[in-house]
Write a new protein. Structure first.
Length: 485
């Protein structure tokens, strides 16, 4: 390919290292959209004959249909998606195809393809993250959301909280993830096309026109930046690494909760596996895989950053290695989220029987707070309850086992009306804003729901805008010499 300058073909092993057709298939539709916009602009400005532009566009539109049906194969000998499209076009329409690359380089082409591709990938990711958030909210609002379980710090029983708060808190993280992805998408407003290899073009290209046809607000500011900039790819991998970390935290709670020793989660049969050896097993393999995905997700971010480190301006071939990192990152994230959402939706969240050990006395703070309200200094109250728990622990008992007389003897300051809240009552005692009380939980779920719906509305509008933009290509191509700059 493109070897008029040389007398020998590219070495076979060199070709195998450098060709990117397997990953480039992901860019095919974006590449075709970019090429159609470019050809139209060339025809309108008179840089190529109108007939050539029309012929090129007609054939590219056919290729788009075939690409959407996933029947286009890329030939590795042609190195990348860009040369494949140009070659396919040449086979179908002959010499007109040779005019398509006027004023363009594969460097601005791949940069354009990547942002066009990424916009839609981000929309898919946002939706998938919100599906998980919505599944969590639905479970939080279901009857099992009312169940009160020991909340953990250091994985030790700490204070009673409702499932609704645990699930709602995980949902909050996924809504933040969707928001982060949306903010990245909103930065993709500038079109790299027309930047050429690095320095723009001496041909009178109309960059505003191609930017508009591709759904961007304006052409990019520096041709050198356009061909070298991979910031949005790295930001996406960063957002996906954090998303995967959130998934892994939730997955771990599902794995732990499924242990018969803990008994607080029951995953649906569709999301567990058995053992090839032990027929009784009910393994949370899928949750474990979701936990594990965070490793490579973090790796892809660091791999991409390392790839960029020290690269001089402008285009360098190293950049090509970033593409599969991005494509895999998005693909693995979508697959994971599409498992996590139904896994959460079908899981049961239980209240395990209380543990009769002093270390699990999640009521200790209630007594401390009761004493503080009677004027006992906090540190004194804390230490009295602590030493009582230690004494009970020696006899294998817990705070709940105290008789009323022992109770009065230990804490004479507490009013007669004082009694330990039941497990079900305890979360509602904490009425601070954002705490475990009922009102805060209702507010939490309502706010997550609102944010989720707002993000979905924005994503729907953007999808419609992109479709409308692509439909501009259905209009006949006309000469418009005013477009010539
Ligand atoms: N396949 C290349 C990439 O993905 C496209 C640009 C190649 N440019 C070049 N001058 N070799 O980055």
């Amino acid at each position: 390919m493109l070897r008029a300058r040389f007398s020998v073909p590219l070495d076979q092993a060199a070709l195998e290292l450098s060709e990117s057709t397997e990953e480039d298939l992901a860019l095919l539709l974006a590449d075709l959209w970019g090429s159609r916009a470019h050809a139209r602009m060339l025809g309108e400005t008179g840089l190529i004959p109108l007939r050539s532009a029309q012929r090129i566009d007609r054939e590219l539109a056919r290729l788009e249909v075939a690409a959407a049906r996933q029947v286009v194969r890329l030939d590795p000998v042609l190195e990348d998606v860009h040369m494949n499209v140009e070659t396919l076009l040449g086979k179908r329409i002959g010499k007109d195809a040779a005019r398509l690359h006027t004023g363009r380089s594969r460097n601005d082409q791949v940069a354009t393809d990547l942002v066009v591709w990424l916009r839609e990938a981000l929309l898919d990711l946002e939706g998938a993250a919100l599906d998980v958030a919505d599944a969590l909210i639905a479970s939080a609002r279901a009857p099992h959301g009312q169940g009160s379980v020991p909340g953990w710090t250091h994985l030790q029983p700490a204070q009673r909280v409702r499932w609704a708060q645990i699930l709602g808190t995980h949902a909050l993280r996924f809504v933040r993830d969707a928001n982060r992805l949306c903010r990245i998408r909103e930065t993709l407003q500038e079109c790299p096309l027309g930047s050429g290899a690095l320095a723009g073009s001496s041909l009178p290209l109309d960059r505003e026109r191609t930017a508009h046809l591709l759904g961007f607000q304006r052409p990019s500011l520096s041709s050198m930046d356009s061909v070298a900039d991979r910031d949005a790819m790295v930001e996406t991998l960063g957002a996906l690494a954090l998303l995967a970390v959130h998934e892994s935290g939730l997955a771990e709670e599902l794995v732990l909760g499924s242990m018969p020793e803990i008994q607080r989660v029951r995953l649906a049969d569709a999301f567990v596996t058995s053992s090839s050896l032990m027929p009784h097993k009910r393994n949370p393999d899928l949750a474990e895989l979701l936990r594990g995905e965070a490793g490579p997700a973090i790796g892809r971010l660091t791999a991409h950053l390392a790839l960029l480190k020290g690269l001089p301006l402008a285009y360098n071939r190293d950049l090509q290695i970033g593409k599969p990192l991005l494509f895999d990152g998005v693909d693995r994230a979508l697959r994971s989220l599409r498992v996590l959402a139904p896994m959460v939706a079908t899981a049961e969240f239980h209240v395990p029987p209380p543990l009769a050990t002093a270390d699990a006395s999640t009521e200790s703070v209630e007594i401390v707070d009761g004493l503080v309200l009677q004027g006992v200094p906090f540190r004194e109250a804390h230490s009295r309850v602590g030493s009582l728990v230690a004494r009970l622990a020696r006899d294998g008992r817990s705070l709940r086992d105290l008789s009323p007389s022992r109770w009065r003897k230990e804490f004479p300051e507490l009013p007669h009306s004082f009694r330990l809240p039941t497990a079900q009552e305890a979360p509602d005692r904490r009425t601070t804003a954002g705490g475990s009380g009922r009102e805060s939980i209702v507010a939490l779920l309502r706010e997550i729901d609102r944010r989720s719906r707002e993000l979905r509305r924005g994503a729907r509008t953007e999808r419609r805008r992109l479709i409308a933009c692509h439909e501009l290509l259905e209009r006949p191509i006309r000469r418009n010499l005013r477009r010539r700059r």
